[in-house]
Design a protein. Structure first.
Length: 209
């Protein structure tokens, strides 16, 4: 298989259409800013799924023979994910009139706050992974960088659960819920494949040793 980079970008863009469609439902979803905050969170999760998928070399080389352009798309998706995570977080504290510390510190331990805390943990892990790929990348060994990036799989699952438990858009539109669960299923398969690669690599090294 040798899918051209432009086609991959087109597929990713099309995959965002169901969430962008929600912009046409603003009159039923509440205020524009409330809708934008939630849609931003969904788009962040979607782009992060694609970033994880294309960041696995074993999968990337099956999609395209040239890994360089795939890597560029992977990095571009990292920027998109960062922008939408930031937008989602800022809009949420703006809508609920909270201090910026609310992004990291819960006000109570109700079920609502606990579900939000899943997002908080995900945000912290996202920041760690993002920093390891940008400002502190050159100061880290490859092994340390790789282990930090394994946190992205944990973060992705936290985001999935966070959105399901709190996402009124997901719960209010069955086809959006189905699409989100499809993304979650894809993530599970990708993580299983990646774990298989890691375990297989250690087994082969142990055999040679």
């Amino acid at each position: 298989m040798n899918i051209k980079p432009n086609i991959i970008l087109l597929i990713i863009g099309i995959s965002a259409v169901p969430f962008l469609w929600l912009l046409t439902q603003i009159e039923y979803l509440g205020s524009f800013w409330y809708a934008l905050a939630n849609i931003s969170g969904l788009l962040a999760g979607l782009f992060f799924f694609w970033q994880i998928l294309l960041g696995i070399r074993g999968i990337a080389i099956k999609i395209s023979k040239s890994f360089g352009p795939i890597l560029n798309i992977h990095m571009l998706l990292g920027i998109y994910s960062f922008v939408f995570v930031l937008l989602h977080s800022i809009l949420e504290i703006f809508i609920y009139s909270k201090a910026w510390t609310y992004l990291f510190i819960p006000e109570s331990f109700t079920q609502w706050e606990n579900d939000i805390t899943l997002g908080r943990i995900g945000l912290i892990l996202f920041i760690l992974v993002w920093l390891s790929s940008t400002f502190i990348r050159n100061k880290m060994s490859y092994k340390a960088w790789r282990y930090v990036h394994y946190l992205s799989y944990v973060m992705a699952f936290l985001v999935i659960i966070h959105a399901v438990n709190l996402g009124s858009f997901i719960n209010g539109y069955p086809f959006i819920a189905g699409y989100w669960y499809l993304i979650a299923a894809g993530l599970v398969l990708v993580v299983i494949y990646r774990l298989y690669q890691v375990v297989n690599s250690y087994v082969l090294k142990a055999g040679k040793g």
